[in-house]
Design a binder for this molecule. Structure first.
Ligand code: NAD
Length: 487
């Protein structure tokens, strides 16, 4: 076992298994680069298959022999609350760290990496404490009762992306623990250090050993976890390409899998929409976290007659952002996560312009700043089939697409292989709800999109399989058992 606060170091040499920071056997290291400066500032072990073995063995022992699945949901609720308190006690460090890792502006980082994850933990504590797992019902085929229960699946491998590291981890961790699973977390390389801080928080909260384990590493570490024979469940959030590979492995192994993947969400503006409301919602809808949000609404589908007016609104929203040092409290948009990502985003914008689309705002890297900043960008005259309107960009780029009638609007909104989110803007709530119900997406907002941790979130098509959030998410970590009791 190493020093107590190994995790707060910027160059840890450990993984977290069985309640301890233990030396990783990795010889190669991940480099973490501050995207606001382009300067490397931290490193972490690129976890080996042997590191994964250690972590899975710890989770396995905690599940098989440690009594965690036998504890009551109310007891586990107590642990979830303790973890929320411990994370909040380290909140300032966590938020600062994520700002350096991925460039979240200071207050945004605290909100998304401390407040929200603690809220998720407490929400699942309440759900777990109040949920009955064994519900008897009168049998249908004979006289007697059948009691339907939900048993924890076992060891869950949680594989997480970098864009909202703590919230997205907690969306898996909280329901998994509530269900009675033990876990191995594999964070994204970019956010390795804050994941080890979470491990430290679990020590502070004195969670039973082996219930939470963390192995840092890249895709190969994730591959080792997905196919590990000691794992019963994989919950993955990330790109569609990686999700497809993970789904293939889990299919072959007949391993339960939840996939939260990419999106290409559309805001559909109806002719009677309140355009002031649209202007107020657009910053969050399209540009939050510099567009690096799975449910970013990167397409604005608008009535042809309103295009000039809406272009003006979008241009004014885009130019209202203040880019700069994410630690400066006046900054409202941080950098993109990497130079490659910025180049990819810019490539798509350039191609769209070459194909005839008009750049209404932005359109290039913010060359006056160090690091990987990109100007908030609005591209208009975009056709639904163009690649800028089909592919997930993960950047601050909004495409304006004109429609002729409402059925055309729905067709355009549904024209990508994704189906994660969408929003309908209209002054008529019933009509908006009718259009919303006709969209092929896992979640739809009316005059604004606010994910609710009390309700399932997830996609259809290339956006994934399964749901997170809401009481339902606990069932993603359980198998259903029917106990027959004939009279
Ligand atoms: P990514 O797919 O590159 O990586 C995600 C995680 O998976 C990382 O930890 C990575 O190391 C690991 N990984 C990569 N390939 C793997 C493999 N073959 N086997 C096992 N693990 C593997 O994604 P990213 O760039 O970190 O995140 C951005 C993506 O995440 C975007 O596509 C975004 O839409 C998606 N996302 C989806 C949601 C959602 O809820 N649907 C939420 C946030 C982000």
């Amino acid at each position: 076992m190493l020093a107590e606060d190994t995790a707060t170091e910027l160059h840890p040499t450990t993984l977290f298994a069985n309640g301890e920071f233990v030396r990783s056997e990795a010889t190669s290291r991940l480099t973490l680069t501050d995207p606001a400066t382009g300067v490397a500032f931290a490193s972490a072990p690129d976890g080996t298959p042997r590191d994964v073995d250690l972590a899975v063995a710890a989770a396995r022992a905690a599940f098989d022999d440690g009594g965690w699945p036998q504890s009551s949901r109310s007891e586990r609720a107590g642990w979830l609350r303790a973890l929320a308190d411990a994370l909040q006690a380290r909140g300032a460090d966590v938020a600062r760290l994520v700002t350096r890792e991925v460039g979240h502006p200071r207050d945004f980082s605290y909100e998304k990496n401390v407040v929200r994850p603690a809220e998720i933990l407490r929400y699942y504590a309440d759900v777990a404490a109040g949920s009955e797992t064994d519900v008897p019902r009168a049998a249908t085929s004979w006289q007697g009762t059948t009691t339907v229960g939900h048993r924890p699946l076992g060891v869950a491998g949680l594989i997480v992306p970098w864009n909202y590291p703590q919230s997205l981890t907690m969306a898996k961790l909280a329901p998994a623990l509530a269900a009675g699973c033990t876990v191995v977390i594999k964070p994204a390389p970019q956010t390795s250090i804050d994941a080890l801080l979470l491990a430290q928080a679990s020590r502070d909260a004195k969670l039973p050993r082996g219930v939470i384990n963390v192995v840092t590493g890249g895709a190969a570490t994730g591959v080792a976890l997905v196919s590990h024979p000691g794992v019963d469940k994989i919950s993955f959030t990330g790109s569609t390409a990686a999700g497809r590979r993970i789904g293939e492995v889990c299919g072959r192994l007949l391993r339960s899998v939840t996939l939260e993947l990419g999106g290409k969400s559309a805001a559909v503006v109806l002719a009677d929409a309140d355009l002031d409301r649209l202007a107020a919602e657009l910053p969050r809808l399209a540009f939050a976290n510099a567009g690096q949000t799975c449910h970013a609404h990167s397409r604005l589908v608008v009535p042809r007659a309103l295009v000039p007016q809406i272009e003006e609104i979008a241009e004014s929203v885009a130019s209202s952002f203040i880019l700069g040092d994410p630690f400066d409290p006046t900054t409202t948009m941080g950098p993109l996560v990497s130079a490659e990502q910025r180049e990819r985003v810019h490539g798509q914008v350039r191609t769209a312009a070459e194909e005839g689309a008009r750049i209404v705002a932005g359109g290039s890297p913010a060359s006056d700043l160090p690091g990987f900043f990109y100007q908030p960008t609005v591209v208009s005259g975009v056709a639904a089939e163009q690649s800028i309107a089909q592919e997930e960009l993960f950047g601050p780029v909004l495409s304006v697409i004109a429609y002729d009638d409402e059925s055309d609007a729905v067709r355009i909104a549904d024209s990508t292989p994704y189906g994660l989110a969408g929003t309908v803007f209209s002054r008529d709530p019933e009509h908006a709800a009718t259009i919303a119900r006709s969209l092929r997406t896992g979640a739809v907002g009316l005059n604004g999109f606010r994910p609710d941790i009390g309700a399932p979130f997830g996609g259809v098509g290339h956006s994934g399989i399964g749901r997170e959030y809401g009481p339902e998410s606990i069932d993603e970590y359980c198998f259903t058992q029917s106990v027959y009791a004939p009279r």
